[in-house]
Design a protein around this ligand. Structure first.
Ligand code: TA6
Length: 304
């Protein structure tokens, strides 16, 4: 596939291939391992929007910690672990697959790149899907994950654009735009098999779990793993001197995650202090979406 003038393919330690993009308006990096955005820096202010762990494993052996992991075709853990007789990976399987460039074009105000995984089929997806990630890099970054049913029967899927945002100091950070109640995964009945339960079971778990009301001032002072069953589309993450705008479409939930001190320290690909400069605000499908043959669905996040 011919790349456009603004895009170059570089190898990181001869182990993963990364698309390095520089056009008039922005710089960005996308790993072909996982179809994974690693960096987005608009030239208007030259500030990095995405957080990438300094200990991220960039050799293709595991999912990359930071950037925008593509979780698909489920969010969290898969229900059928036991039935399928082998462990299925958390957050689906495409974040460790090799992706290919399908299209790469420069326009006046953006570079548009479309990627697809080597295969969208694997254990845990009961159907035939075509999966594409289209990334638009300009003043803003738009990431669009499109799932199309190309088989003869309906299937259910979930997922997330699990974006890690780069912030100055988590204790000075506020999230604006969410309201209503949320499920606190650190305390709830939310168990490992939630993601692929039937819609009725999910809604029953949500009802039985202790719900919290989103505070007017949404700040962070401990481990946070909140599922907001929210269709709201516009969020702002504000730090002391800087804010990031996020617009989400096609989601049924917004997941807000920070592992805090102990969990950061326990992760081999995150330093103990890593939690201080990151916040995940994820556009997610936690309830599952059923696609009939020929139907398609797009999960979209725009970051500015
Ligand atoms: O989206 C939040 C979450 O599901 C957390 O529960 C947390 O474990 C996180 O994602 C990271 O998951 P990972 O599989 O990348 O370690």
């Amino acid at each position: 596939m011919q790349l456009s003038k603004s895009v170059e393919l570089r190898s990181v330690s001869n182990q993963i291939d990364v698309l390095v993009v520089e056009n008039d308006l922005a710089m960005a990096q996308i790993s072909l391992h996982g179809g994974h955005m690693l960096s987005f820096r608009p030239k208007s202010d030259n500030r990095e929007r995405l957080w990438l762990s300094q200990d991220a494993v960039l050799d293709g052996t595991k999912a990359i910690r930071g950037g925008i992991p593509i979780c698909w075709p489920w969010f969290g853990d898969h229900l059928n672990k036991g039935h399928l007789g082998k462990d299925l990976p958390a957050h689906g399987y495409v974040r460790t697959k090799q992706w290919h460039v399908v299209d790469c074009v420069d326009f006046d105000a953006t570079t548009l790149i479309t990627l697809k995984p080597e295969t969208a089929a694997d254990q845990g997806l009961d159907g035939d899907a075509d999966l594409r990630l289209t990334v638009s890099i300009g003043n803003a970054l738009t990431v669009e994950l499109t799932t199309k049913n190309i088989g003869a029967k309906a299937f259910e899927f979930g997922g997330a654009l699990h974006s890690y945002f780069n912030i100055e100091d988590i204790t000075q950070t506020q999230l604006h735009g969410l309201s209503g109640d949320y499920l606190d995964k650190t305390q709830s009945l939310f168990d490992k098999s939630f993601a692929n339960k039937s819609s009725a079971d999910k809604s029953s778990i949500h009802k039985r779990s202790p719900h919290q009301i989103t505070p007017e001032k949404y700040t962070f002072e401990k481990e946070t793993d909140n599922i907001h069953l929210s269709l709201k589309q516009h969020f702002t993450i504000s730090s002391t001197n800087f804010s990031i705008d996020v617009v989400s479409k096609g989601h049924d939930s917004i997941v807000v995650w920070n592992p805090w001190i102990e969990k950061s320290a326990a992760m081999t690909d995150m330093s103990a202090g890593g939690y201080q400069s990151m916040l995940c605000v994820e556009s997610a499908i936690t309830q599952g979406i059923t696609l009939a043959p020929n139907e398609q669905h797009s999960l979209i996040q725009t970051i500015q």
